[in-house]
Design a protein around this ligand. Structure first.
Ligand code: MG
Length: 388
């Protein structure tokens, strides 16, 4: 029986983790869960999976369900819940599926507690990749990719982080605006950005997919997970989203991982690798597929992709600042406080104001993250900030 502590259980990935657990209830047991504030879903998860520990961050939401928690479950509310779930001892895997940089503490806790960590929160590796991978090495802990692209690479490498390769080729769907011209992007709405052609995901990542920031974040995530420089990573638009990524080896042979677009495979594999279990995913039908296309990324249309790569080149605290500015920019866009095309403008303006410094510890990252968020919010509160 594999015991799981799941952080972010009510989010898109969290719900899918529980679907996998439900399907293989003889193999998996959720011993701890934590979530932000979606109390009704959280309560139903608690009743179904009966974990030993359940923690809800938002106190008001927690109070709504407190009386209905079945007895025998240790229920907690407030800011300690991610800490408690990430340090939960009766777990083999800590599954981190919260949204954003806030997950970094949990990942570091789990590593120091010598638990296997499944990382669905790419922002943690983007902002703190050097620190997190260094700690993982020091404590001899496996970081398991959950992102479909990184899972595809992990599979192509035969689950061997030390296998040498010539190139990683990460595929991108092109997001909601793949077929829009640059001109059409001027007046797109939140609703338009949330219509992803191939994947059903949380709001933040769906906007990141539309801007292709998501692909930039994934390139940085791959640099850290697979210990290589930017020059060994390539991203390509593949509208069908059936090849989830590829690895090219020394002899120029390329291994691709193919399946219908689903998170079920990477999530389940993160729990069972190197073993593979059955899923509900149908077999891939090549004769129905007809074609697979590939295009270069147009950085004029997707400036966020270039911003992410440039941040990776600068290194130090800059990817952390870039990630924080992006989190704020996406949030402001979702709240309709800025326009879609202002997302990259805002991120660049924040980065203009931040000096490159080395990251020595978690405190350095937390300070950079806070500073970038504050700058981004200040800029948005100025009228016509884009012309500022
Ligand atoms: Mg992905």
């Amino acid at each position: 029986m594999i015991k799981i502590s799941l952080l972010g259980s009510t989010g898109s990935i969290g719900v899918q983790v529980l679907n996998v657990v439900r399907r293989h209830s003889d193999k998996f047991k959720v011993t701890a869960i934590a979530a932000n504030k979606n109390s009704r879903i959280f309560l139903s998860q608690i009743k179904e999976f009966m974990p030993d520990y359940a923690g809800l961050y938002d106190k008001t939401s927690a109070e709504e369900i407190e009386k209905e928690i079945p007895s025998g479950i240790s229920f907690e509310k407030g800011e300690n819940v991610l800490n408690a779930a990430s340090l939960f001892d009766d777990a083999d895997i800590i599954f981190v599926a919260v949204s954003g940089f806030v997950g970094i503490n949990a990942v570091i806790n789990a590593i120091k507690n010598k638990k296997r960590v499944a990382i669905a929160t790419k922002e943690v590796l983007v902002a703190g990749g050097s620190l997190v991978t260094q700690l993982a090495k020091e404590y001899n802990v496996d970081l398991i990719p959950v992102d479909s692209e990184h899972s595809a690479i992990f599979q192509a490498l035969d689950f061997d982080y030390n296998k040498s390769f010539k190139k990683l080729i990460i595929t991108a769907s092109g997001g909601a605006f793949r077929d829009y011209s640059s001109d059409m992007l001027k007046n797109v709405t939140v609703k338009d950005a949330l219509k992803h052609p191939n994947w059903n995901m949380g709001r933040k990542i769906t906007v990141d997919s539309a801007t292709l920031m998501n692909k930039g974040l994934e390139v940085i995530e791959a640099m850290w997970l697979y210990n290589c420089g930017l020059e060994k990573i390539e991203a390509v638009i593949h509208p069908e989203s059936v090849i989830h990524s590829m690895v090219e080896f020394a002899d120029s042979s390329v291994i691709a991982q193919i399946s219908y677009p689903t998170m079920e495979i990477p999530i389940q594999l993160a729990l069972t690798y190197p073993q593979r279990l059955e899923t509900s995913v149908p077999s891939f039908n090549f004769s129905l597929q007809k074609s697979m296309n590939f295009y270069d990324i147009d950085v004029k249309k997707y400036p966020c992709y270039k911003i992410a790569l440039d941040a990776a080149k600068l290194g130090g605290n800059i990817p952390c600042a870039m990630n924080a500015a992006n989190e704020v920019a996406v949030d402001m866009f979702l709240q309709e406080k800025i326009k879609y095309l202002e997302i990259p403008v805002l991120i660049e303006k924040v980065l203009d104001k931040i000096e490159v410094t080395a990251v020595k510890n978690l405190q350095d990252l937390i300070e950079t993250d806070l500073m970038a968020r504050r700058l981004a919010k200040e800029l948005v509160s100025m009228e016509n900030y884009a012309n500022y």
